[in-house]
Design a protein around this ligand. Sequence first.
Ligand SMILES: Nc1ncnc2c1ncn2[C@@H]1O[C@H](COP(=O)(O)OP(=O)(O)OP(=O)(O)O)[C@@H](O)[C@H]1O
Ligand SMILES: [Mg+2]
Length: 265
Amino acid sequence: MLTDSTRTQDGNQRALIDVIDVKKSYVTNLVTTPVLHGVNFSMQRGEFVAIMGQSGSGKSTLMNILGCLDTPSGGDYLLDGKQVSALSRAQLAVLRNKTIGFVFQSFNLLKRMTIQDNVALPLIYAGVSRAEARRRASQQLENVGLGEYGQRQPNQLSGGQQQRVAIARALVADPPLVLADEPTGNLDTKTSVEIMSLLTRLNREAKQSIILVTHEPDIAAYASRLVRLKDGLVLYDGPAATGLQQMRSEQSEQELGMPANEVSE
Ligand SMILES: Nc1ncnc2c1ncn2[C@@H]1O[C@H](COP(=O)(O)OP(=O)(O)OP(=O)(O)O)[C@@H](O)[C@H]1O
Ligand SMILES: [Mg+2]
């Protein structure tokens, strides 16, 4: 029988991400500040999850842990079935390269490299030959509508185009998971819509799993599931539409000083 690495021994679909009671504290000047107080969260392949929460609620801290850029102070994190805390630095780097593509608010493209070489970089790190890496980078640039732009430098592109390059770079090694921390934070509304349409298409057509942090309800509305953090705990985890409706009610309650269900239409 063929073995399928995305399934457990009893044939069930294995979660891509399993966060079990994850805690995180930072220690600065001998003072310990707890940030995550026991976060539980799991995600299947192909899901599109938005993470929201006030500034300082721990969103980026959680994303850094999910991306294996930082380690939890307590609890367990399983990525693609592997216990991350049990891995050596080298094993972690391999797992990260293979499993995750990152998209940041500030694009993080290398200024002195062409667009094509920026996109090819994760493949070069993975040991793919330069010629093959460039070929696949060009293909991925086509996929995000930037096939003509491969030989330009990042500063010769608009902000939205640079973010599309960053998405192409995140996808080029075909990772099962894309982590995006406020990918539209530096973009205007029209460009944000373009980026979100692209991510939605990748999720629907390529079944790309996506976790995206945002402050904007309009952006979170593109996701199918919403996770809200408050003071380092999960406040809501469920359908995005329901969660966003709940947020709107809370806001009108605050603005009007009375429960939303008492406000006449
Ligand atoms: N490296 C660090 N050392 C010490 N404290 C940190 C560190 N990184 C984050 N913090 C603290 O942890 C808390 C959560 O930070 P985090 O960056 O996760 O928030 P966030 O939800 O992403 O906020 P924002 O919406 O502003 O990006 C904050 O109080 C922050 O000051
Ligand atoms: Mg943040």
